[in-house]
Design a protein around this ligand. Structure first.
Ligand SMILES: *Cc1c(COP(=O)(O)O)cnc(C)c1O
Length: 484
């Protein structure tokens, strides 16, 4: 039940003089908070913070939480995001006192268990991907990409090789070019063929000694596996370039094939996608990077090693690119991922992949009846439609907004860019058939409405707390400070 339909901003419920917590005054005359805290008292007043009581704060955020949509609430079909169910045992384990409250500066001898957890996760990720080295430090996929591209640069610099170009297909995830650019490379886009894959002939002609690396999202953002992956790796290697694999969507591959066997040199993995840790509203995630042995000397330090049955933080990594995260990464996220991996087991992970692919193909078959399917091949973990066949000028955005009225989180829209009006759906393995059928029925009902009453669809959502927002103004003129 929702108490208030229109919760104000916390700055709007501000009342001058209201305090979240007041330091108690001692009953004895001569001990006041001021006399104890003395110098710790602020000299100047803090401006621009809302003045609210504890109950104001708790109610404000509790009410807002009821406006939210969550994986625990229903299907969350955001393509390229792998919004799968997060098993509650992972949450239980990550709240155990001995794990949740470890001080990050604890002495190595006192945190052997925690180091073992990180070590075991690293070993598991290496085994799953067929790679030799690992760092768990990066806290997101994009930071993993940046770390991986720095590894490539450090490796090439070490060989006095000053290649400048990174090739990226137009079907790559949008973070890829940004990460390569930040790592100091110039980006060159390669066009996909009509099958959605890299054009091997084009790559063969383009590849030369200026090219540092190719960055490949596999499966790509069309949900398609690069069928010539081995040849692509061979062509790049033959001219001394390296292969970066964006493995954020390992959900389509784990247990079935290992990028290390194709010829991948570096890749990142999103624990908050494939390994079922929460995506956390801007909060912590984890984007570990795995690499082949040639790149291991450059990994961020400290690395975690096992010596004489003891786990150690190894700071002696002279060619390391340095730290990319405070301490050892997002420990509790890593812990959840290890818990997931070990509770699933090798067979369980493989089955998760198979079911994810089955669910995506089920939606492809069912929705192909009413939506345009630009790339017809069997899909992997996600399927891309477009709004080309929607009647009466109803668009992808209208369909997405109307889905909210049916109780669904909308899918990813207008991405990937190579599909005009894209609708990108990723059901994941954790959805039962009934939920997928409910989603299919909702889309079919909306397509019917688009024929019979298009204005109604164009004005959706009708049941949400907020109706259509002016997204262009929000992007062009963001008001990020309430007081400015
Ligand atoms: C999600 C995703 C990323 C970025 O990961 P973040 O954790 O959001 O930074 C990169 N590549 C692909 C293919 C993705 O799906």
């Amino acid at each position: 039940m929702t108490v208030l339909m229109d919760e104000k901003l916390i700055f709007e419920i501000d009342k001058e003089g209201r305090e979240g917590y007041s330091i108690p005054h001692s009953v004895s005359e001569n001990i006041s908070a001021e006399s104890v805290l003395k110098d710790l008292y602020r000299k100047e007043e803090i401006k621009a913070l809302p003045e609210v009581s504890e109950v104001d704060v708790v109610r404000h955020f509790t009410r807002l939480s009821t406006y939210n949509y969550a994986v625990d609430y229903g299907l969350y079909p955001l393509g390229s995001c792998t919004m799968k169910y997060n098993p509650k045992i992972n949450e239980y384990v990550s709240r155990l006192e001995g794990l949740a409250f470890i001080h990050p500066l604890s002495d190595e001898d006192n945190i052997q268990g925690a180091l073992e957890i990180l070590y075991r996760l690293g070993e598991a990720l290496k085994a799953i991907t067929g790679m030799d080295g690992v760092t768990l430090q990066p806290s997101a996929g994009a930071q993993g990409e940046f770390t991986g591209m720095q590894l490539i640069r450090a490796y090439l610099n070490d060989r006095n090789d000053s290649r400048k170009v990174v090739l990226i297909p137009d079907s790559a995830h949008g973070t890829n070019p940004a990460s390569a650019h930040f790592a100091g490379y110039s980006i060159e886009e390669i066009k996909s063929g009509s099958d959605g894959c890299v054009d091997l002939e084009y790559l063969r002609n383009r590849m030369n000694k200026e090219v540092a690396a190719i960055m490949l999202t596999v499966p790509n953002t069309l949900g398609i596996f690069e069928k010539n992956i081995k040849e692509i790796c061979d062509v790049v290697h033959s001219k001394g370039g390296l292969v970066y694999i964006d493995g954020a969507n390992l959900n389509a591959l784990m247990g079935k094939t290992k990028p290390g066997n194709w010829g991948a040199d570096v890749m990142h993995i999103n624990l908050h996608k494939t390994f079922s840790t929460p995506h956390g509203g801007g909060g912590p995630g984890a984007g570990p990077v795995v690499c082949k042995s040639a790149l291991m000397p450059f990994l961020p330090k400290p690395t975690i090693i096992k010596e004489n049955n003891k786990f150690k933080l190894n700071w002696d990594v002279p060619k390391s690119i340095g730290k990319v995260h405070a301490f050892y990464g997002n420990f509790l996220v890593c812990l959840r991922a290890l818990c997931y991996i070990e509770s699933m087991g090798a067979e369980g992970l493989k089955e998760a992949t198979e079911r994810a692919v089955l669910n995506a193909n089920y939606l492809r078959k069912k929705l192909e009846e009413v939506l345009d399917l630009p790339y017809k091949g069997k899909t992997l973990h996600e399927v891309i439609f477009s709004d080309k066949n929607l009647p009466n000028g109803v668009t992808t955005m209208d369909l997405a907004k109307r889905l909210i009225d049916f109780g669904f989180h909308p899918p990813t829209v207008y991405f990937p860019l190579i599909v005009y009006g894209a609708i990108m759906i990723e059901p994941t393995e954790s959805e039962p058939k009934e939920e997928l059928d409910r989603f299919v029925e909702a889309i079919k009902a909306i397509v019917k409405e688009a024929e019979e009453n298009p204005e109604f669809v164009k004005n959706a959502p009708h049941k949400a707390y907020r109706k259509r927002l002016d997204e262009v103004s929000a992007a062009r003129n963001p008001k990020i400070n309430f007081f400015s």
